[in-house]
Design a protein around this ligand. Sequence first.
Ligand code: ADP
Length: 621
Amino acid sequence: MKIENMRLKEMLRINFRGLTFIAQDKIRGILLMLFIGIINAVYTFWNVWLLAVLADALQAHASAQTLIRDLALMAGGGLLVGAVNFTSYYILFYIGSNVWEQADLALNSKMMDMDYEYMESEKVQNQRRDLDEITRSYGGGGINFLFWRVEVVARTTTEVLIAVFYLAQMIYKSATLPGTHSREMGFMTALFMLMLAAALIFSYRQNIRWQEDRFSLENKMIPVNRSFTWYVENYLEKTEASKNIRLFKQQSVLMERIQNIFESITDKVGRITEIEEKIQLFLGALRAVLLGLVYFLLGAIALQGGMTAGNVVLYAGAIGILIEYFSEWVFVLTELATNSKYLKAFFDFLDIPNQKYEGTLHTEKRDDDRFEVEFRHVSFHYPGSKQDVLKDFSIRFRIGERLAVVGENGCGKTTLIKLLCRLYDPTEGEILLNGIDIHKYDYQEYMNLFGVVFQDFKLLSMPLGQNIAASESYSPERVYDALARMGMSDYTKKLEKGLDTVLYKDFDSSGIEVSGGEAQKLAMARALYRDAPFLILDEPTAALDPIAEYEVYSKFDELVGTKTAVYISHRLSSCRFCNDILVIADGRAVQRGSHEELLADEKGLYYRLWMAQAQYYVHGK
Ligand code: ADP
């Protein structure tokens, strides 16, 4: 089976893994699907069997009673299967057929738990979006698709097996026909068999080819759909983006792009439908030709006296079923073969390694919060980039003190923190905590050492208290205390619902909007609530007004207490209060000292940056 480099063994393995995945949560769903499939397959033959019995009865001039009984069985069977189907599907929905949710949950929790390094990479982000798009195309491709095909596979496989059984029986009968024209009969049977085999092989090959066309078209749809979703979610539905779109009059540019996307989607959907119609047309024609042939053959055998009227009905029916459902069987198997690629994409995503979780050492529980951190000859470049962001970078933190990290935009300050927090690993060199490589520590315990406010922090559309505590359960006193330390007491007093006030209006119309400055203080309160030995603030005052900024500086010692604080800023004036300032330039630690010491070195970078920045403050530009 030519399905892009995927061997049959691999396909079987991945489908089995898919079923095992579904069975973790929905084993009853799978069993019910199998049951529905088999019941319906048997029912496909039900009417053929009864018709055969009826034909024999008519031939034998059976009583009206027998005929009525057969007809009643026919109608009763239909009613019964209808009822079984209805009830089974009802039960299926009741016990949970929402397999896509199960798959989506697995993907989302993987996204949240995987190593940040992967999570942030464009490749993984696109992988995740593609998986979303896959579930939107190809009948909910991947896990969901597999689940819903269990019934079709069970049904068509049973149908084909039963039909093949009757076909074999028919051939046996015609081969052992006692009549005078046995040679002609043998020849006709062989011809029929040949034509049937040719038709089945042709049907199989066409199916595979069309499936591949369809798959490649569906695949082309994925990036198109992805960009459309992206436009809607990030531009059209985002208030921040709308502001800019209005101001810069970007409506027509955007509408034109969206129009292009629409046209591309319509074109591809049209082509997919065309392929599906072609398949149906082809199968219809094939069925008609073969059925004509089989009736001819059976008629001839019956005329020879080789079988009863019932047999003719039975075999004609079985072969009709074989032709009809063989195509469906091939169709579903090729669909599953194609779907294997989506399953593979799904499991490839879940299999992205979580290397960060390999450490096992416990972090020391120190009452004095005295932790020592050392960067030893650390070099680092982002995955997929050759540019070293940090180069042979070595520093030691004076523990329990405040370290300011300054440098121009893009010099690597945030990267330094990402490495310290184990969001990324150094490409070379090592980072030590109390003399031990940070890799060796248990990841969660290690992460608990840090309260970080990143420049691009995010508060969630959830109640205020849960945001600050980063948990559904929390101590209100501690939350109020953290807010008070950030000067937010008046702010919280004004909130009618207090800590239950929902931030933003995404999910709750009574939610409150939060200004940039307020959000920054809330994010800092969240870091304080954590009460971790390290407090790391990345450009923490960027959104604050000068008064609020001043408050943060003046209370900084009080906020930090005995903790080790790392304070990052490109604005030198906001770091003056730290007695230990590290200057980074071009990924290297170039200077270190107090503000006065650094300023005394007139050839140093700090002096140059200070003078350059000071002139704006002095002239008030
Ligand atoms: P700073 O915090 O000093 O402004 P950063 O540490 O954020 O600087 O960035 C340092 C350099 O690394 C910049 O050139 C930036 O473009 C690059 N960079 C930051 N994040 C990534 C990333 N995820 N992938 C690739 N390059 C990145």
